[in-house]
Design a binder for this molecule. Structure first.
Ligand SMILES: Nc1ncnc2c1ncn2[C@@H]1O[C@H](COP(=O)(O)OP(=O)(O)OP(=O)(O)O)[C@@H](O)[C@H]1O
Ligand SMILES: [Mg+2]
Length: 501
């Protein structure tokens, strides 16, 4: 890519970007939230047209008028937010919109498609059931489907936009293996991530963007995480976060689960007799590998999923049924892990998203009338406090960069003065600076007396924030430890289901 420039109203997303990637290389693309990584990838895949600049593929000028042109030229992208059709099967998603398949009926033959999928998933070690429907799959599995889809279409250049932000460490390791296998076949991998250790582990070279400009390209072997962070941010990054001891034992119980059981989306048992207590001012981390009941746990507490038995008690009062509105009224805030599905309304503006839970009440509305000026003022205030980069409060949420969408979500939930906050992977997709900010906000909320249930697969995050750590395995709490006594190895074993004392 040579001299690529892309403007959006009020934003210079890419500014004279020169970027080069080689066959057989894993090339990492780094930069803060809003630096222009996704925009550059979207240009490379024909989703956006650049305002200036040119692209060459294997030395030949290439102009893409639509994603289809890029696919035909062998460029494929796994997007930051997946784009699979949830009610279709894996096999159907792979052939969906595939030109060859439509032209030649044979390729749509389920057995042929399934055979090809089986072959690809063997070759790249990405097991997946071709007949499963997308909604039945975990995030990690869905991502495999996205990658298989790109490979299925014969991509030689693959762009992965934050592929690991929602994967377990094990799934991420598996993905890196797959990437190496693909690079060994002389494919080109462009890898976007905020996790510097991952970049160090998997890439050959790194290009850093800052505010739309290329800051530099370095060999991974010649650099380190400190230097990369400095290139991204433009100054030294000091991680100030340090969890002080637990808040002066305010021992009031904020949230209590008694013998809670629930079933998953497939109707199979997902939670078994879970007992868990979160005190006001306490952060309880729930560690575990995805798919062990975390999602169901979060949904039961926030009233989005029915319990089959047991009680959810918030500040002493048992929840009657399972009703999200009731949960909101009782002061339960929720930061879900699928920010674009459950978290925000992508087509509504930033300002509207920020009042989604407050618009029925004063000061946002009185006597059934909304007050646009207050909605705007609320947005201006929260955008400042949470450092949300958007061109205006009226900008639709979907136009924000991934990290900024996450900040909108956090701003709305934390500003609602909750008693209990259920936070699922709250810093996923955030750059180093924003991660630091969000962790600070969570600690501050705890100091203000909010009881926080922090559900995350990121053990480092849990160890950095939680007072106590519960491990969820197979829908059961297999142990609860104080953070001071937590050992990573022990937790890892518990997460893998090893028996504990
Ligand atoms: N479709 C769009 N319309 C208007 N502005 C956009 C659009 N897409 C991106 N932007 C803006 O362009 C800038 C770069 O965004 P981009 O999504 O490329 O960032 P990013 O580096 O991928 O960030 P993140 O790490 O948060 O995903 C941001 O200011 C964003 O708000
Ligand atoms: Mg992005």
């Amino acid at each position: 890519m040579r001299g690529i420039t892309k403007r959006f109203p009020g934003v210079l997303a890419n500014d004279q970007v020169d970027f080069e990637a080689l066959p057989g290389e894993v090339h990492a693309l780094l930069g803060e939230n809003g630096a222009g990584k996704s925009t550059l990838s979207n240009i490379l895949t024909g989703l956006y047209r650049p305002d200036e600049g040119e692209m060459l593929l294997y030395g030949k000028p290439a102009t893409f008028h639509a994603p289809r042109d890029a696919i035909d030229a062998g460029v494929g992208m796994v997007h930051q937010h997946f784009r699979l059709a949830a009610s279709f099967t894996v096999a159907e998603n792979l052939v969906l919109g595939h030109r060859d398949a439509a032209d030649r009926g044979l390729l749509l033959e389920p057995r042929v498609v399934e055979g090809r999928i089986a072959e690809l998933s063997r070759r790249y070690r990405m097991p997946v059931n071709p007949r499963a429907r997308i909604w039945q799959l975990s995030v990690g599995e869905q991502q495999r489907v996205e990658i298989l889809k790109v490979l299925y279409r014969g991509a030689r250049i693959l762009i992965l936009d934050e592929p690991t932000s929602q994967l377990t460490p094990q799934e991420a390791d598996d993905l890196f293996q797959t990437l190496r296998l693909m690079a060994a076949e002389q494919r080109t991998i462009i890898f976007i991530s905020h996790k510097l250790e991952e970049v160090m582990a998997v890439s050959n070279r790194v290009t850093v963007l800052r505010r739309g400009k290329v800051i530099g390209t370095v060999m991974t072997g010649d650099t380190n995480t400190r230097e990369l962070a400095r290139m991204m941010v433009g100054r030294d990054v000091v991680f100030t976060q340090k969890k002080q001891g637990p808040a002066q034992a305010e021992r009031q119980v904020a949230l209590e689960l008694r013998q809670v059981s629930a079933t998953g989306d497939l109707g199979t048992p997902a939670l078994h007799n879970v007992n868990l207590t979160v005190h006001a001012g306490e952060i309880v981390g729930v560690a575990g590998v995805a798919g062990n009941g975390q999602h169901e746990l979060a949904e039961v507490v926030t009233g989005m999923r029915r319990r089959t038995s047991g009680q959810v008690i918030v500040t002493g009062r048992p929840a009657r049924g399972s009703n999200p509105l009731e949960a909101i009224r009782r002061g339960i805030a929720y930061v879900p892990d699928d920010r674009l599905g459950t978290g925000v309304a992508p087509s509504l503006s930033v300002a509207e998203n920020l009042v989604l839970k407050a618009f029925r009440r004063p000061p946002i509305s009185t006597q059934g009338f909304l007050h646009p000026r207050r909605i705007r003022a609320n947005a201006v205030e929260l955008m400042r406090r949470f450092n949300i980069a958007a061109s205006s409060p009226q900008t639709p949420a979907r136009q924000l960069s991934g990290g900024n969408i996450q900040k909108v979500l956090l701003a709305r939930e934390l500003s609602s003065h909750p008693r209990v906050l259920v936070a699922c992977s709250p810093t996923s997709g955030l750059d180093v600076g924003a991660t630091d900010t969000v962790r600070g906000l969570l600690l501050e909320a705890a100091r203000d007396g909010v009881g926080i249930l922090l559900i995350s697969e990121d053990l480092d995050e849990i160890l950095a924030l939680a007072d106590r750590i519960a491990v969820l395995y197979g829908g059961r709490i297999t142990g609860i430890v104080e953070r001071q006594h937590a050992e990573v190895e022990q937790l890892g074993l518990m997460m893998a289901g090893a028996a504990t004392k």
